[in-house]
Design a protein around this ligand. Structure first.
Ligand SMILES: Cc1cc2nc3c(=O)[nH]c(=O)nc-3n(C[C@H](O)[C@H](O)[C@H](O)COP(=O)(O)O)c2cc1C
Ligand SMILES: [Mn+2]
Length: 466
């Protein structure tokens, strides 16, 4: 998939996209239509007539597993776990991006006083939001000033004025780590923001790919060929050649402005009563002719952002456990209901005493699990982690609170509404071992039906009137 336009064509062909021709207001109306549509697992929406604007807005691109499968190039009936399995497999090889001289993203170039971000149909999503949010389904490109590592990260961007975007680089995220290095060097951090692209790149921005790794390399591996990039106009960051809109600029680590609140994926507003945040001073905007603006509704579960995170966070946890070379990992599932990040269920074929304990402690030591993950459940290999009734069965009949429950502490997300706003740095972590201990000499004997009798009974099924 080359770009957003190809996604639109394919999704439309498959009946997974609807064009909205009626006039819709960017001020709450558009987001509310998208949200209500997503709560019914509806199609992707292309708003062609946004009040006061010629530029269309697409939403709800990632809301269903079918569309995530379309983005990853897998069959329509794939499960979320099938998609994660592909991700983990493809992560084993990396294909770095390829520089090209130019691309459609350079069709229009605006610099200096001409820049006016209000020329784009930026939605206001929720009633108590602090303003309009330019960046929701996008990513921010930054470069490590020491090593040259290029990072793609999705961090919300608030439209502050014609040339400034408020950021929320949460502590320890890769853009934040880089910004602190620029600060120590007394420099500003160059950035490029990409809105509208091959949707896989947005998924990469939202994925917790390990530090020092460039998300473009994994995207290339999933696509089976390098992502084509061109140099930004005002810095040397690699932007996708087919991006719809690219906003270039700098972040001064020492300057801040109020940002937020914003209706977050936890179902609550974040940025209420928090410190000011850094912002992007925009130096240049490039865009394709007739660009397409892209947004996601974030907000309460389960909708577009939750499905995005269930895939990208869940796959990253799985991938990082595989990288730790722990044997026996059958599957990992981070339910969309927990936004793919607060709750993880891991199915393991246990092979030695303490194996399940190793998986539990390893999971919270991965980059993904060491941040925000609150509850981890390990189940035996006979249970699919996405089969929640079976997980509840394991919690009922295999889990023993006296033996298999541990509480740890660790880094929290500041968005977790279960913690008081002023104390969200540290969370508890609950590790639940719902496996039958490997070392037990006398294991409970599972009830298996006699296969011969089953065959006989099945042959008599209609005779029995069943
Ligand atoms: C729609 C959406 C909005 C997000 N907003 C933010 C945000 O404002 N700040 C933030 O730190 N992370 C945000 N995230 C999560 C990051 O994208 C995610 O943690 C990612 O791993 C960051 O990239 P990094 O690992 O390269 O730092 C958001 C994710 C999604 C899907
Ligand atoms: Mn990263």
């Amino acid at each position: 998939m080359r770009d957003m336009r190809e996604f639109i064509a394919k999704a439309e062909q498959e009946g997974q996209l609807k064009r909205i021709k009626a006039e819709v207001d960017w001020n709450l109306e558009l987001s509310h239509i998208a949200k209500l549509n997503e709560e019914k697992s509806g199609p992707a929406l292309l708003f062609e007539n946004v009040k006061g604007y010629k530029t269309p807005v697409i939403t709800s691109v990632c809301t269903t597993t079918e569309r995530l499968a379309l983005i990853l190039g897998l069959p329509r009936n794939s499960s979320l776990v099938d998609l994660m399995r592909l991700w983990v497999e493809k992560n084993k090889t990396k294909i770095p991006p390829k520089w090209v001289d130019t691309g459609p993203c350079k069709e229009n170039i605006v610099k200096g006083d001409e820049i006016d971000l209000f020329k784009f149909p930026v939605p206001k999503f929720y009633p108590k939001d602090g303003g309009r949010f330019f960046g929701t389904a996008h990513f921010v490109l930054t470069k490590d000033p020491e090593t040259g590592w290029v990072n793609l990260g999705t961090y919300r961007l608030q439209l502050l004025d014609k040339k400034r975007l408020g950021t929320q680089f949460i502590k320890g995220k890769h853009a934040d780590i880089m910004l602190k290095k620029y600060q120590a060097m007394g420099k500003k951090m160059p950035v490029a923001v990409v809105v509208g692209c091959d949707p896989l790149l947005f998924l990469m921005g939202a994925a917790r790919v390990s530090a020092f790794e460039c998300e473009y390399d994994l995207a290339g591996s999933i696509r089976g060929k390098p992502i084509e990039v061109v140099k930004a106009e005002t810095n040397d960051l690699p932007v996708p050649a087919t991006a719809e809109i690219v906003v270039e600029g700098e972040v001064d680590p020492n300057r801040t402005l109020p940002e937020g609140p914003f209706g977050e994926y936890t179902g609550y507003y974040s940025g209420v009563g928090t410190d000011e945040r850094n912002y992007i001073e925009v130096a240049c905007v490039t865009y394709r002719t007739n660009p397409i603006f892209w947004g996601t509704t974030v907000g309460r579960a389960v909708t577009d952002t939750h499905m995005t995170m269930a895939l990208t966070y869940g796959a990253t946890l799985w991938q990082q456990l595989v990288e730790m070379k722990i044997p026996g990992i059958k599957a990992v599932y981070c339910p969309p209901e927990g936004s793919g990040r607060f709750l993880a269920i891991i199915s393991v074929k246990t092979m030695y005493p303490g194996h399940a304990d190793q998986v539990l402690t390893a999971s919270i030591s991965t980059e993904m699990g060491a941040y925000g993950l609150k509850t981890v459940i390990v189940v035996d290999e006979d249970i699919d982690p996405w089969d929640l009734p079976r997980v509840l069965y394991a919690l009922s009949f295999r889990f023993q609170p006296n033996r298999s429950q541990v509480i740890k502490r660790g880094r929290s997300t500041p968005l977790d509404p279960s913690l008081p706003i002023e104390a969200r740095e540290i969370t508890g972590r609950l590790l639940l071992d719902a496996t039958i201990p490997y070392e037990w000499k006398h294991k409970p004997i599972p009830i298996l039906l006699d296969p011969e009798i089953v065959k006989r009974v099945k042959a008599r099924w209609s005779e029995l009137g069943l």
